[in-house]
Design a protein around this ligand. Sequence first.
Ligand code: MRU
Length: 349
Amino acid sequence: MIKTISWDRGAVVMIDQRALPHEERYITCREYREVIDAINDMTIRGAPAVGIAAAMGIALGALNLPGKQLKEDFYSICDAFSRTRPTAVNLFWAIDRMKSRFEKEFASTPNIKAAAVKKALTEEALRILEEDVRANRQMGIHGKRLIKDGDTILTHCNAGALATGGYGTALGVIRAAHEEGKKIHVLVDETRPLLQGARLTAWEMKNEGIPATLITDSMAGSFMKRGMVNLVIVGADRIAANGDVANKIGTYSLAVLAKANRVPFYVAAPISTIDRHTRTGNEIPIEERKEKEVLRFHGTKIAPGGFNAYNPAFDVTPNRYITAIITEKGIITAPFLKGFKESGSQGFE
Ligand code: MRU
């Protein structure tokens, strides 16, 4: 299994997702600002992976501070990470975890040395990474029973090992079914404009030997209508308390098409993606990215010069289109707020 992100003796190492699938190269960040750049330019992407990168980046920033400046500058490092990508709540969740650990260390040991706090922050970031991989494996165990031998599964964007600490959410469920010996086939939406499906999901499927076929985004509806899709599984960037789901742009259209064609539509995401402070999907901030990502295709201009484009990176799927949400705590069905409470999800108890 590839290492999406790791901590290596005081540096953050990540696979450069911009270069995939043609080149497998890694970048090493020794300053927290380099981690911020990596999040902004999509060297690392995917909601849980962005959260892990922020946690490690904060640990790195703290490590590089002179001891006496730690208390003063820690929060401005956290704030800098919170200004990167607005939609995935895992980012803010991870920042909050790092802040809580920081505060706990100072509260529990008066006169604690800066070195001990820095060590605790590194530990916390590594714990977030480990917990994420464990949660993904649990999601796989719960979710694989939704997949039958012979099923064709449609997925959008990349919710795989590359988007997480490892194993993946939507692709984790698919992986688990494949590992169990189920004969499955995956339809991979290419996912314009940045082609996370064609570049990243296809790469992961190929590496694992999971039978898969690439389709363009606009083909999905026709494939569903022709009875060629048994279920859809996608990841999520933020799930509101009522079960509305923000995910990569195009997810909403897939969900509506799935409902119209009576194809089950599943979302796989860790509990850390559920935002109890956001009541409905209308409150989820949607990241707007640069026009050039739409106006160009792999660096080549595809529209007349001077033309403009619109580029929201995510959309919101209302809960009524979602058959179930697969989490590490189990499979949750509507009404989702009740389901989140019953599953003992953090903050919903
Ligand atoms: O813009 P990206 O590539 O970060 O968007 C990623 C997605 O939309 C994923 O589906 C989502 O983050 C879930 S990843 C487990």
